[in-house]
Write a protein that binds this ligand. Structure first.
Ligand code: ATP
Ligand code: MG
Length: 357
């Protein structure tokens, strides 16, 4: 008898109250259909709800509960709507990411059949280093990486460390070894030769430990052009924080819609499933939100949990991805994908396909 599986669940704000319950329904169905163990959801307050109940968007008790879990799903947060002083702080998801040092932001870009992707054969994953580079708020080494010596001069410090390059490179090569076995390292070593040059060199070094994986590297500007021209040729792209932010948005857009772009934030031990999109306050509560991004993020979470001791969860992840692709391929989709299904109609159609398989 397998151990019961415990997965944390944070609803978040806005459409989180619609897409998170929808995702739970779909994951429950996929695990049941593939003969998985009992699944226990652990609901945890974070965001607007937590301000009401705990007087802070990020309660200590939530952080403590997450410490005991290997994985959780995170609904989107609309921190711009919080009262001061909570508005100015890093988003609740950002604080969780920082607290647990979730250094790898993994964002697949795969065109779903039946959607109008600009690069229909795209099937790649951007592995973005999530803790350093030129993003001041995430910068572990220098605290605040931006400063102004005079009102008319602004400076930013970028930090790249060997240790951070090594761990993100392992994430990328390990992933590629289970996919089409190709890693493209993205840098700008002709200009930022010390920082992104170190990133490139350390990734190359780690690559020698994965002889089955082919490696090449590109400058970030060339990479942007290549994604548009022949985005179908790439498998895993590994890059530093800022470049990864930009390239993953580009790849996401070329391969489909915001409502279907999944991601996880992970360390070696913890995985947080998180849709790329935000809380979409403009459509919150209207029953029109597309749960696809969070559902596909949850499939990525199940895949990671399958590696660490629950092998059958890979089957549940595949069942879930197949059912989403079939549903959209059959023309059942929410408005953001040009369809007319509500969140609950779409969710029910996905669950039907899982159960029927
Ligand atoms: P954030 O700053 O949190 O990233 P944002 O301002 O970038 O938020 P989103 O909340 O991602 O914005 O929404 C951008 C647009 O995409 C909005 O019009 C929103 O309605 C739409 N959108 C985002 N996610 C979904 C979804 N899951 N289903 C349908 N439409 C969505
Ligand atoms: Mg956004």
């Amino acid at each position: 008898m397998p151990e019961p599986l415990r997965i944390g669940v944070i609803e978040g704000d806005g459409i989180g109250h619609e897409i998170v319950p929808a995702t739970r329904r779909v994951v429950d169905a996929a695990i049941a259909a593939t003969g998985g163990p009992e699944l226990e959801w652990v609901p945890l307050p974070l965001g607007a709800d937590a301000i009401g109940s705990h007087g802070t968007p990020v309660p200590r008790s939530t952080l403590e509960a997450l410490t005991d879990l290997d994985g959780w799903i995170l609904g989107p947060h609309d921190s711009a709507s919080y009262p001061e002083p909570f508005r100015a702080a890093l988003t609740p998801g950002g604080q969780i990411r920082k607290h647990f040092d979730l250094y790898a932001n993994i964002r697949p870009a795969r065109a779903l059949p039946g959607t109008h992707a600009m690069v229909p054969d795209m099937d790649l994953v951007v592995v973005r280093e999530n803790t350093e580079g030129f993003y001041a708020d995430r910068n572990m080494a220098v605290g605040s990486g931006e400063f102004m010596p005079t009102p008319d001069v602004a400076l930013a410090v970028g930090v790249i460390t060997r240790a951070a390059c090594e761990r993100i490179a392992h994430t990328a090569f390990d992933l590629a070894s289970r996919r089409r076995k190709r890693v493209t390292i993205v840098h700008k070593a002709n200009v930022l030769s010390k920082t992104t040059g170190l990133f490139r060199d350390v990734c190359r070094e780690i690559g020698t430990m994965y002889p089955s994986v082919d490696v090449d590297d590109e400058h970030v500007d060339a990479m942007a052009a290549l994604l548009v021209r022949r985005g179908g040729d790439f498998d895993v792209i590994v890059t530093e924080n800022l470049f990864g932010d930009i390239l993953s948005d580009l790849a996401g857009e070329l391969s489909g819609s915001l409502g279907s772009a999944p991601s996880i934030n992970a360390s070696a031990r913890k995985t947080m499933a998180q849709a790329v999109h935000g809380a979409a306050p403009d459509i919150a509560g209207l029953g029109r939100a597309n749960p696809t991004a969070l559902v596909l993020s949850s499939a990525m979470l199940l895949d990671r949990l399958s590696v660490t001791g629950n092998p059958f969860l890979g089957g549940a992840a595949r069942a879930l991805e197949r059912a989403v692709a079939e549903t959209i391929g059959d023309g059942i989709a929410t408005a953001d994908l040009g369809g007319s299904a509500s969140t609950s109609e779409f969710t029910a159609a996905v669950v039907d396909r899982i159960t029927a398989a």
